[in-house]
Design a protein around this ligand. Structure first.
Ligand SMILES: O=P(O)(O)OC[C@@H](O)[C@@H](O)c1c[nH]c2ccccc12
Length: 497
């Protein structure tokens, strides 16, 4: 997540150059006045040392110039907001690490303010600046200075270089991607008609830094439940990332058993029963319905679902809002349940895909209301790489159209519940499958999953008629004393083999 900008910092080289000039003149004067062998040897020695000093200054200047050149590659029309919020400076000279959360613009408005922010950097010290990109839910900083956009551009040059150099490595791809979306994610999302902001919009408290002032422009309150969940998720994921480095997750995946065929299982069930394949949800509670099952034993519920003829299972892993957990997912996987498992989580970061895979998931949920197209595409790529199926969830026409324009999606879920308002309306499935959209879905061979608010055989018939080949059901079956019977009641018949 850190982008390294190997930039050398030198103090005011000009000022030092003029003092150097003075020193040189003084030595020459000394040589001129005291013309004897000792003073010649001493003078030559001093000049010799000074020459190195001058060379060092010049190389410092060259680097400084290069850095400036970097900055000047700006597009004067671009006005980007900078997502960078933290920076860490490691000073090679004294091999100490200094870190402070501060707007990056402040660091670069002048070398003076850089020194003010980084007490370890002295005008004569050289160092490497490492920029941390805010993908962590820290408030974004809004700066309207040219430096913001200049700097953003300069940094993305570096990212391109980095990506080209290490295109093989998923880890680096991830870093680059996180950088890109960290900077632009909300702008991109807004352009795509998305209402969910991925991180709180407010910057740090208004303060004055050098010549730049940062102002808060919107309040810090999530506009709806989904936004609240997503903001919270960012913080949570960041903490989890600290404990589980991506490279160790990758290693675990290399040694993990292969995933099960989630989509294949749904197709097979549809062919076998002539009814939509069931993804049965292991869910203890939800923000809209509260606790659904008091005596909740995830493994028992999962086994009962499998016995009742579920094609796949969906396991809620969100703890705060759904009282789920990754332990539940892992426990179900290890209990000998054969159904492929969907990790039902709010994915905001590709790291979560790797994590879900290590915990036994065969599929993940990607919510179009939360992830801009660029993220959906990227996450689909990662899913393919690590063998996960992706259920891409939409809940309105705009999201459906966006997803239809993306290649490589095999499974689209239409959520009848608006995750922002919790309003449930099963006619949503029908609405989104009518006309051209339905046609396009068929052309692209995409399997449609009807999600939420399905309780009766009539509901199933209604969404099947609309064109779904699979359904995702939680409440109506998890609430039943015997979930196996719950499935029978839902379909109006026994669908187990
Ligand atoms: O319990 P229901 O109404 O049958 O809904 C199940 C499932 O569709 C719902 O839990 C769901 C759909 N998309 C989600 C995204 C996150 C959390 C939960 C969900």
């Amino acid at each position: 997540m850190y982008i390294k900008l190997s930039t050398m910092f030198y103090g005011s080289a000009c000022a030092r150059n003029s003092s150097m000039f003075l020193k040189q003149t003084m030595i020459l004067r000394f040589l001129f006045h005291c013309w004897n062998p000792t003073s010649i040897i001493l003078g030559s020695f001093l000049l010799y040392i000074l020459k190195f000093e001058i060379l060092r200054i010049n190389s410092g200047r060259a680097k400084r110039r290069r850095f400036k050149g970097h900055l000047s590659q700006r597009n004067p029309n671009s006005r980007m907001s900078c997502g960078i919020k933290t920076f860490t400076v490691s000073n090679h000279n004294c091999s100490e690490l200094w870190s402070k959360r501060a707007p990056i613009e402040a660091a670069f408005c002048s070398s003076r303010s850089l020194y003010e922010f980084c007490p370890l950097l002295r005008p004569r010290s050289s160092g490497v600046l490492t920029l941390g990109v805010s993908v962590s839910g820290y408030p974004r900083v809004h700066g309207n200075s040219l430096l913001t956009s200049r700097y953003t551009l300069a940094a993305s040059h570096e990212v391109h270089a980095m990506r080209n150099a290490t295109s093989e490595s998923v880890v680096d791809e991830l870093k680059s991607k996180e950088w890109e979306i960290g900077v632009l994610k909300d702008e991109i999302a807004a352009m795509q008609g998305m209402l969910i902001r991925r991180t709180p919009p407010t910057g740090p408290p208004p303060h004055y830094v050098g010549t730049f002032e940062f102002l808060q422009d919107e309040d810090n309150t999530p506009r709806n439940k989904l936004e609240e969940i997503v903001w919270y998720k960012y913080g949570e994921v960041n903490q989890m990332k600290e404990k589980n480095a991506l490279c160790s997750l990758k290693r675990a995946i290399d040694n993990a058993p292969p995933t099960r065929d989630f989509i294949g299982s749904l197709k097979e069930s549809y062919l076998r029963t002539g009814l939509p394949g069931l993804i049965a949800e292991v869910k203890k509670a939800s923000p809209s319905r509260g606790v659904l099952r008091e005596n909740f034993h995830p493994v028992e519920v999962a086994k009962a679902y499998e016995k009742g003829g579920a094609a796949c299972l969906s396991v809620l892993t969100d703890a705060k809002y759904f009282q789920g957990s990754f332990e539940n997912l892992e426990a179900i996987r290890n209990a000998g349940v054969k159904c492929p498992l969907l990790c039902k989580e709010f994915i905001v970061d590709a790291w979560q895909l790797y994590y879900a895979r290590t915990k036994g998931a065969d599929a993940v949920l990607l919510i179009a209301a939360v992830l801009p197209d660029i993220d959906i595409k990227y996450m689909l790529t990662i899913c393919k790489k690590i063998g996960l199926a992706a259920l891409v969830e939409v809940h309105d026409e705009n999201e459906m159209d966006r997803m239809l324009a993306i290649d490589g999606i095999e499974l689209i879920g239409i959520n009848n519940r608006n995750l922002g308002t919790f309003k449930v309306d099963i006619s949503n499935t029908k609405k989104l499958l009518e006309g051209e959209r339905g046609e396009k879905l068929r052309q692209k061979n995409i399997i449609v999953v009807g999600e939420s608010g399905l309780f009766t055989p009539a509901d199933i018939a209604y969404v099947q008629e609309a064109g779904v080949k699979a359904i995702l059901v939680g409440e109506s079956i998890v609430k039943q004393e015997d979930p196996t019977k719950g499935i029978r009641d839902l379909f109006g018949k026994d669908i187990s083999a």
